[in-house]
Design a protein around this ligand. Structure first.
Ligand code: ZN
Length: 388
C-alpha cells in the first residue's frame, strides 16, 4: 500500500520545506521535491498536503500504559491506556513504565500490554523495574532484561528523593545505573536509568555524586518530573549544564505556585542558552496525580492524560516559546535519539512512517502510525480490540 502526500511542508527532516512524501507499507520510501515522485501501475492513495505541515509522530517517553497509582488503596489503581488515548493526541510511540505499585503490577504484564498496543497500532517500548530498589525484573536482573528483551530499553521509573521511594542508598542507585549501562552495551541499546524525582530536598544529589564518584556518564540517567518544583528545576538546569538530560512532566495547568509549567521551563531553558536537545517532555499518562497534605496523607487523586501532552506541544508553539522545529525536537526527536528508538523521530527515507499532518492551528488532520492511517480528515479510524 502506497500513500503519496503531495506538496506538504516538512518539519523534522534534514531537508525541510515543501516536499512530496511517499509512504510504502510501514516506512517512508521517499522525500522528494514536489512532482518528482512518479508511480505507475500501483494503487496509490494521494493526499493534497499544500495547506498542511508534516511532523514526526509525537513520542511520549513516560506512560503508565498498564495504569499507575494505587497510593490510596486498590480503588485508586488507575486504568490502562487505550490506543485511542494516544492516537487522538498525535502520540505514535510510547515508553511504558510501572510506578509505585510493584505488588499488584508486574514487568511481565507491562510487557504484554506493550505488545498489545503494538499489535493494535502504536509503537511501544518499556522500562523494566518500578519505584523500588532492588527492582522487579523479567529475567532476574536489570542487565539481562535490557540485553535480552527487545522491548526493554532501560530501567524505570525508579524513585529517588520521594517518600514513596524505597529510600535507596547511593550505592544501590549507582549499581542500578551500572546494570543499565552494561545491559545497554550487551543489547545494543541506550540502557537508560529513568528516575522519578520526588519533592524531597535531596533532589538530584545522587546524580551529581555519580559524576564525582564514578565512571558513569551523565547520559546514562534521566530525571523525570524535573519541573515539579522550583528547587528541583534549578538543579535540573545545572544538570543540563553538566551534560545531562531532563524530562519535563506535563500535567494540567499547575495549581501549586512552586511547580514550573512545561511552557515556563522551556522558556527558561531557552533564554539561558541551554541546549534544547537535552530536554524531553512526557505525559505521565494513566499515572495517578496524587495530592498529599503536609503529613504525607493522600487527600485527592486525578489521572494524567496525553491531552495535556499535545496541549503543551501546541501551546509552546502558539505562544512562540519554541519554533515548531524546536517543539518537534522536544516532543519527539530528542526522545528517539536519547532512548535510541530505531527509525523514529524524523521524517527521512527509511524511517518509520509515523507522522502527523497538522493544519494552521496545529490541529490533527491526519495521523499515520507505521504507515497506517489512524486519523483521516480529523476522524479517528481505528479502535482498540475491546469496544467499551
Ligand atoms: Zn513518576
Amino acid at each position: 500500500m502506497f500513500t503519496l502526500i503531495k506538496n506538504v511542508k516538512l518539519v523534522g527532516s534534514e531537508s525541510p520545506g515543501f516536499k512530496d512524501l511517499l509512504l510504502s507499507g510501514p516506512r517512508i520510501a521517499a522525500v522528494e521535491r514536489p512532482g518528482q515522485v512518479k508511480i505507475e501501475g500501483l494503487e496509490v492513495k494521494t493526499i493534497e498536503g499544500s495547506e498542511l505541515t508534516a511532523v514526526p509522530g509525537l513520542i511520549d517517553p513516560h506512560v503508565h500504559i498498564l495504569g499507575g497509582g494505587g497510593e490510596g488503596g486498590p480503588a485508586t489503581r488507575a486504568p490502562e491506556l487505550r490506543l485511542e488515548d494516544s492516537l487522538s493526541c498525535g502520540v505514535t510511540t510510547v515508553i511504558g513504565c510501572l510506578g509505585t505499585d510493584s505488588v499488584t503490577r508486574h514487568p511481565s504484564s507491562l510487557l504484554a500490554k506493550a505488545r498489545a498496543l503494538e499489535i493494535e497500532g502504536l509503537s511501544t517500548w518499556i522500562y523494566t523495574g518500578a519505584y523500588n530498589l532492588p527492582t522487579p525484573t523479567l529475567t532476574g536482573s536489570v542487565r539481562s532484561d535490557i540485553a535480552l528483551i527487545d522491548k526493554v530499553i532501560g530501567a524505570g521509573e525508579i524513585a529517588i528523593s520521594d517518600h514513596r521511594s524505597s529510600q535507596p542508598t547511593f550505592e544501590e542507585f549507582l549499581r542500578l545505573v551500572a546494570e543499565c549501562r552494561v545491559g545497554g552495551m550487551l543489547g545494543g541499546k541506550a540502557g537508560v536509568a529513568h528516575f522519578h524525582l520526588g519533592n524531597g530536598q535531596r533532589g538530584l544529589e545522587y546524580f551529581f555524586r555519580m559524576l564525582e564518584e564514578s565512571e558513569l556518564p551523565a547520559t546514562q540517567v534521566i530525571a523525570t518530573h524535573a519541573n515539579r518544583n522550583r528547587h528541583l528545576f534549578s538543579q535540573a538546569l545545572e544538570w543540563i549544564r553538566r551534560g545531562g538530560l531532563i524530562d519535563l512532566t506535563c500535567g494540567p495547568e499547575p495549581t501549586d505556585p512552586d511547580e514550573v509549567s512545561v511552557a515556563e521551563a522551556l522558556k527558561e531553558i531557552k533564554s539561558l542558552g541551554l541546549p534544547l536537545t537535552r530536554v524531553t517532555v512526557s505525559s505521565d499518562a494513566n499515572g495517578s496525580l496524587p495530592v498529599f497534605d503536609e503529613q504525607g496523607q493522600l487527600v485527592a487523586l486525578t489521572v494524567a492524560s496525553q491531552k495535556d501532552f499535545i496541549r503543551n506541544f501546541r501551546e509552546v508553539v502558539r505562544e512562540k516559546i519554541l519554533t515548531l522545529e524546536e517543539a518537534v525536537a522536544v516532543f519527539s526527536t530528542n526522545a528517539a535519539d536519547f532512548y535510541r528508538l530505531p527509525g523514529k523521530g524524523k521524517l527521512l527515507p527509511g524511517y518509520e512512517a509515523d507522522l502527523l499532518l497538522l493544519d494552521d492551528s496545529l490541529e490533527l488532520k491526519y495521523v499515520f502510525s507505521r504507515g497506517r492511517m489512524m486519523v483521516e480528515e480529523r476522524q479517528l479510524k481505528v479502535r482498540s480490540t475491546f469496544v467499551i
